[in-house]
Design a protein around this ligand. Structure first.
Ligand code: NAD
Length: 251
């Protein structure tokens, strides 16, 4: 039996990058994957990739910046799929590197909302369904930036990803009694289409030099850690941050 057979797993931000890698690996493990993203075309493309190898998935288009859109979509999924066993929150990121003093005020709100406030919305929307089931897994994708900052520093992103780790611990305390675990993964330097576009050759060379394993990560290497935390096997793990960074920051 595959490890996610008969489980419904929602993956936000799964139209591309780390979220896409999670969706594909989970479908290979038998999950019914919900590809939740505001990029409809990208989500449809991932759905077709999963269909091509006989996996199960559906597309759920929603903007996680909206509480109403998030709540109604999660309720709709819980009704149509009968249960939500796990939710992986990978949507987020930031548009470009910017230092503290140059960071525009409206960029702060936009980045904090799409990374951190969206996590609060998702927890608030999905927890009532998981409480009814007395089972659930919630895994967020934070960043090494939350551990150590980055250079150059996107201050809104670092703060949002740090907030996600604090919210992970708080939610783990609140939801643990209902059989729900809440954890975070903190990746660094993953070769995804978005980050490939904003990293200069000099920055890539710097990452290779300063990372003990000597290279960037593939999205699947981050997905493997996330999927462990989203699985039944991680039953006694909650409130943690798992660093998946090739040794770039050791805590
Ligand atoms: N790539 C890296 O090096 C790296 C490193 C550390 C952490 N991370 C984190 O991992 C996660 C995934 O990164 P990635 O590089 O794969 O990102 P990405 O930009 O490739 O993918 C993000 C996805 O989220 C979706 N999305 C963004 N805002 C949304 C919203 N408001 N509503 C619905 N969907 C939304 C986008 O459409 C996209 O499909 C992000 O949270 C990012 O901060 C990435």
């Amino acid at each position: 039996m595959k490890s996610f057979e008969d489980q419904c797993v929602v993956v936000t931000g799964s139209a591309t990058g780390i979220g896409e890698a999670c969706a594909i690996e989970l479908a290979k493990e038998g999950a019914n994957v919900v590809i939740m993203d505001f990029n409809k075309q990208g989500a449809e493309d991932v759905h077709q990739k999963i269909k091509a190898f006989g996996g199960k998935s559906i597309v759920a288009v929603a903007d996680l910046n909206s509480w109403e859109a998030t709540q109604s979509k999660i309720d709709e999924i819980a009704k149509s799929e009968k249960a939500i066993h796990a939710l992986i929150h990978s949507a987020g990121g930031f548009p470009n590197y910017v230092n503290l003093l140059d960071c525009p005020i409206d960029a702060w709100d936009s980045v904090v909302n799409s990374n951190l406030r969206s996590m609060f919305f998702l927890l608030k929307a999905v927890a009532p369904h998981m409480i009814k089931q007395q089972y659930g897994r919630f895994v967020s994708v934070s960043s090494m930036a939350a551990r150590s900052g980055t250079n150059p520093n996107p201050p809104h992103y670092t703060a949002a990803k740090g907030g996600m780790l604090a919210l992970t611990r708080q939610a783990a305390k609140d939801l643990g009694p209902y059989g729900i675990t809440v954890n975070a993964v903190a990746p660094a330097n993953v070769a995804t289409p978005r980050t490939n576009a904003i990293r200069s050759p000099e920055r890539i060379a710097h990452i290779q030099k300063s990372t003990p394993v000597g290279r960037l990560a593939e999205p699947e290497e981050i997905a493997n850690a996330i999927i462990f935390l989203a699985s039944r096997k991680a039953s006694y793990v909650t409130g943690i941050t798992m660093d998946v960074n090739g040794g770039a920051t050791m805590i």
